[in-house]
Design a protein around this ligand. Structure first.
Ligand code: MG
Ligand code: ZN
Length: 219
């Protein structure tokens, strides 16, 4: 039993050291790195597309897409105007620092201002694996339900910002925003939150301003 715990700690320890190496590579190249996490279907790729389209005239943007299979998401990011690298995890349900290191080797980092990592759609283990990015962002969405902070506390505790997507669907879904926000506040007091709709564009400006501010600081 204790042996197994030691092994798990070793894996996480090695991952964290490699994440530090990734962070150094990003810092030296003046790249601001974002790790986007969410359940499948919350709108990670849609938010990335909007972010690329709106910020591409100001910044060079690269996207690293993690999926169990296919290059659908990297294709969408490339079509929106970013350099894109697809990582197929081959069954793994999260990205780790080794995978990001391999992806970074395929990018011309000094030419990039903003790196967006789209993690594998999953509300559990991505929170446990540091990648070396500067900020972690969780995307929740109205159709997932207002109980998610209560059910997946680890994910809500570890992030630097929260996007609440698909707010245009609120009239059609029993989603109690106050109940949801109370759950978030208990886990991550004062968390920066961006309620928005990728479909209608409502609320996108605040999100884009936040991202732009961090990119500027990192240059
Ligand atoms: Mg996606
Ligand atoms: Zn996993």
């Amino acid at each position: 039993m204790s042996q197994r715990i030691t092994v798990v700690e070793k894996i996480l320890g090695a991952n964290e050291r490699l994440a530090e190496t990734n962070r150094l590579a990003l810092d030296q190249a003046g790249v601001f790195g974002l790790n986007l996490m969410a359940s499948p279907g919350a709108g990670k790729t849609s938010l990335i597309e909007h972010t690329i389209r709106r910020l591409a005239d100001r910044y060079q943007i690269a996207v690293v897409d993690g999926d169990v299979a296919t290059s659908i998401d990297a294709d969408r990011a490339a079509a929106a105007g970013a350099q894109a690298v697809q990582i197929n995890t081959g069954g793994e349900c999260h990205l780790d620092a080794v995978m990001l290191q391999e992806a970074l080797a395929q990018l011309d980092l000094p030419s990039i201002d903003l790196l967006i990592v789209e993690n594998v759609g999953n509300l559990i283990c991505p929170a446990n694996f540091q990648l070396g990015t500067h900020k972690s962002v969780l995307i929740a969405s109205v159709p997932e339900g207002d109980d998610k902070p209560y059910k997946y506390p680890g994910m809500y505790q570890g992030v630097d910002a929260l996007v609440i997507n698909k707010i245009d669907l609120q009239p059609y879904i029993d989603f109690d925003m106050d109940y949801f926000r109370r759950g978030v506040e208990a886990l991550n007091p004062g968390l920066v939150t961006f309620p928005l709709s990728c479909r209608t564009g409502q609320g996108l400006e605040d999100w884009l301003a936040w991202v732009g501010e961090w990119v500027e600081r990192g240059r």
